[in-house]
Design a protein around this ligand. Structure first.
Ligand SMILES: O=C([O-])CC(=O)C(=O)O
Ligand SMILES: [Mg+2]
Length: 230
């Protein structure tokens, strides 16, 4: 049995909660996202926390059960279900237990069941879809080892950020840099949103001409388009 990685500092978690999956992926150079099929069971679900990993045999959730009772507040269970599509890895009982244990959420490369109950319980669960078939419970599997989950490497202790767009994994040694870059992107995007809104107002109230395009288009566009003769 391997030890659970220490929780990421609360300052890191609070900063990440003010961001979202897309800003963080931008900060990682358009990387970090799990397969696009991994989505929240309910679109309003969001999760930020420290990865606690589970490796499972395809279609078998024995180690996911154990993982739930190894967890506590601050951790997101990230389980490699090998993209298996014939059995669900969890349902309302396990999600209820995970919530009772204080876990922040569960991310699975695979399917789940009891969709309506999962939406009501409210613990953010991210998965590739739903199927009524239940899982086997024989193992083998592992807890707190490096896994590959839906196309991304997850090491225990990594930062997990999930929302309506999907799930992004930030390797431990890149967290500080990624958060700093994502925070700078927030400032940039706020300015862009303002420019876009002012242009719309100007167009409706006074009308605009071709020169006014520089008021709405991003600064880098004209320079990049020169090579194409624009
Ligand atoms: O059978 C299982 O292990 C999963 C399940 O149905 C539940 O959590 O409700
Ligand atoms: Mg059940």
């Amino acid at each position: 049995m391997k030890h659970t990685a220490p929780l990421l500092p609360e300052t890191i978690i609070e900063r990440a909660k003010k961001l979202n999956s897309t800003l963080i992926s931008d900060a990682l150079g358009n990387t970090g996202s799990m397969d696009y099929k991994v989505k929240p069971v309910s679109p309003e679900f969001k999760v930020v926390g420290t990865a606690l990993t589970v490796d499972m045999r395809a279609g078998d959730n024995l180690f996911l059960h154990q993982g739930i009772y190894s967890g506590s507040e601050g951790y997101v269970l990230v389980a490699d279900g090998k993209g298996h599509t014939e059995n669900a890895y969890l349902g309302e009982l396990m999600v209820g237990a995970a919530k009772a244990m204080g876990l922040e959420g569960i991310v699975i490369d695979g399917l789940v069941r009891d969709k309506e109950a999962l939406s009501e319980i409210g613990l953010p669960v991210f998965a590739k879809g739903f199927i009524p078939n239940g899982p086997f419970k024989n193992g083998p599997g592992d807890i707190n080892t490096a896994i590959s989950c839906a196309g991304v490497t997850v090491v225990p202790g990594d930062l997990i950020v999930g929302d309506a767009d999907g799930v992004v994994v930030v390797p431990k040694d890149k967290i500080e840099d990624a958060l700093t870059k994502a925070e700078a992107k927030v400032t940039y995007e706020e300015k862009r949103l303002q420019a876009i809104a002012s242009y719309e107002q100007l167009r409706k109230e006074q009308g605009v001409s071709e020169e006014d395009i520089s008021r709405i288009a991003p600064d880098w566009l004209a320079e990049k388009m020169k090579q194409y003769g624009y």
